[in-house]
Design a protein around this ligand. Sequence first.
Ligand SMILES: Nc1ncnc2c1ncn2[C@@H]1O[C@H](COP(=O)(O)OP(=O)(O)OP(=O)(O)O)[C@@H](O)[C@H]1O
Length: 610
Amino acid sequence: MSSHPPSSATPQAPRASTFRTLLRLLPFVRPALSRIVFGMVAALLASVVALIIPLVLQRLVDGPLSSGDSRQIWPAFFVVIGLGVAEAVMIMARRWLVLKPSTFVEADLRNTLYKKLQDLPVAFHDRWQSGQLLSRSVSDLSLIRRWLAFGIVLLVVNFLTIAVGFVVLFFYSWVLGLIFLCASVPIWIVSLRFEKRYSTIARRSQDQVGDLATSVEESVHGIRVLKAFGRGKHSLRDFAKRAEDLRGTEIEKSKAIAQLWLWLLLVPDVAFALCLLAGIGLAANHQLSVGQLFAFFATATVLRFPVESIGFLLSMTFDTRTAVDRYFEVLDSVNTITEPENPKTIEDARGRLEFRATHFRYQDSPDRVRDLVDGVDLVLEPGETMALVGLTGSGKTTLLALVPRLYDVTGGEVLLDGVDVRDLSREELRRHVGMAFEDATLFSSSVRENVLLGRPGLEGDEAEAVLREALDIAQASFVDDLPEGVDTKVGEEGLSLSGGQRQRLALARAIAARPSILVLDDPLSALDVDTEARVEAGLRRVLASTTSLIVAHRPSTVNLADRVALLEDGRVTAVGTHSDLIATNEHYRYVISSLDDDDNDLHSREEVHA
Ligand SMILES: Nc1ncnc2c1ncn2[C@@H]1O[C@H](COP(=O)(O)OP(=O)(O)OP(=O)(O)O)[C@@H](O)[C@H]1O
């Protein structure tokens, strides 16, 4: 799993404005846009209705209440009731209109992100912490959904309500309206300052959530190691520190919100008091009727919720802006493993593999270090089995990864039947090349699905035959003893199986793909000597028609190969049969003698292979 930032420590690119950032959601929101707009209209109507109620009250106070004509009270009463019901219906309509489409937008955003993650190269995943990706695809997206369903609608509507409300206040009394307007100026200043401060804290908080998710993911993933080494407490300390960092940031966030709230609560109260003072003076001088004064305060009360909620809605908007930023950081990542513009095809794959002056270095390797793969020239003829041998860390796994383009060469070429692998479509390349890794990864599905992963179109008897043959060659008949045979679910990452069992299934998966090139990264390391010998015998049958490049960590694996290539200082310095190289190459003898093998006698199992 990746272990490097981007995390909270990542320097940020220059920030686009909040509006521009949020606008990037538009392509995803477009299908839901009409409903969201209608939702806003419904919410706005609800606000307008709420603002009309004080008008009726004014008529009531200045009319029947002051004249004492009780008959006129009832119509006003029913009008107020009617307006109240209309407001409730509008609010319900708003919720109905926006809730459902926002879930579709969220699902679309999530699927797009997942697709992108599948498409991005291994080099991307090397750099990104899994928890950061997890938090982006779960909590950030749910934030965006809530903002779409609720935040943006109320933000727009509340601003409009406040604007309309101010006009109404001016309508009742321009003096009181002006006082109210001037008194609210500090709110706008504080809100603008809030944006800057809050956005920075929100970003830190969301990144720290990602760090925390990485911690959980790593400790769950490595629970066996932690338990075996009694590192639970250490891991807890590490986790607690990250949780504490997040708590600190959340407190900072709350303080910023609390400061804004202080102004949002204080300013209307002060404005109310000032207006009350001025209003009583105006009413005493008969410049304002009691009904108008009453309606003014009723309207100002209606405006209280929109004004107060602005703080919450702004913080929600800035949280969402951060979530959108984080989301698009992944989506904007460039996939360096590109599809060729004019892909070539290999009609009849023969399986000739050639490394021609191949160079490769990892993107974060320092300039002073020479290329890890530093000019490899190597040819594997069709049907040939080649073992790749070298000291640990010499770049064997890396060289193998260049064949299916898990990484792209940084110089030279890798050719398949004379075609540069970068000129083949990725889909075609993956059809020609099958791969099995030392750390066999299985998925939480059935044995059958895991083994036939590379043959998605296969069904019925044909699928069964391929499955059985692959399991047979990989010596994986243990699957028949599982509770539901090949339909048994192997659990998360196949952890219900032993390491050797997982390796055999991963090997069966590579075999079932029926590639013309098989790339095996020490696929038998977890097997006992006898099982390995049987697998080797099975492989020999398959490998006869398939070109294979096998990283060998045990002399017994070398035994499978027609020839052996020696990787030394980033180059292939010798190619030959095992016995030739033993006889002629000192470094090869040194490497072989340093390899771990339970069975040092290479020839002791020849009868098995015969
Ligand atoms: N994703 C990566 N990013 C940066 N450096 C890496 C990455 N993967 C491997 N390396 C470095 O490249 C070098 C070669 O690694 P590689 O796994 O290819 O060697 P190897 O010969 O297969 O080793 P072993 O025999 O121990 O399996 C190592 O020094 C390793 O630290």
